[in-house]
Design a protein. Sequence first.
Lengths: 115, 113
Amino acid sequence: DQQVKQNSPSLSVQEGRISILNCDYTNSMFDYFLWYKKYPAEGPTFLISISSIKDKNEDGRFTVFLNKSAKHLSLHIVPSQPGDSAVYFCAASAGGTGANSKLTFGKGITLSVRP
Amino acid sequence: GAGVSQSPSNKVTEKGKDVELRCDPISGHTALYWYRQRLGQGLEFLIYFQGNSAPDKSGLPSDRFSAERTGESVSTLTIQRTQQEDSAVYLCASSFLPGTEAFFGQGTRLTVV
């Protein structure tokens, strides 16, 4: 049962344009959401996060939007750069210390930014 | 170093042999995860340690897989009687608090021949 879904396996955008990466979740207990970036042969690196008490969090070129009613979040990268080409994973967790507190990841989306 | 350290970085083993993978988390991090990524696949959750709580082993694919963690320090993932389908990159991550930003190691690439 996939609780975090990234339904598009890949995305290709032109350098300088906006990249929009989508993520959906099913577990209503999730209240913290994260995006990770992964280059080949490296471990994932944390990019940006958002708590369920907010609907937007911005960090430089990266903005994450959260729509709790739709159980949907998205990562916007603008402007996109060739160095952003990587696999992006969406992750979610719930509060407390139970099983839901672990980070649950989506399958990832491969972003390619064309020069 | 200050990051999560995994060893070995690469491991080639014969089918049927046992392997042990090691993870040194960031000091003071209470939560520790093991994931694996098979070729062309996403991150597959294996096991989650959180402080003194019983580990969440719900992701372990079979009883050939086990993991231990000593207090809030080193963890080892053991795979007994390895099979070719165990070939993957095994990733360890740790976080200061449960459910918050986890920091990943570089992974151990396991190849079973």
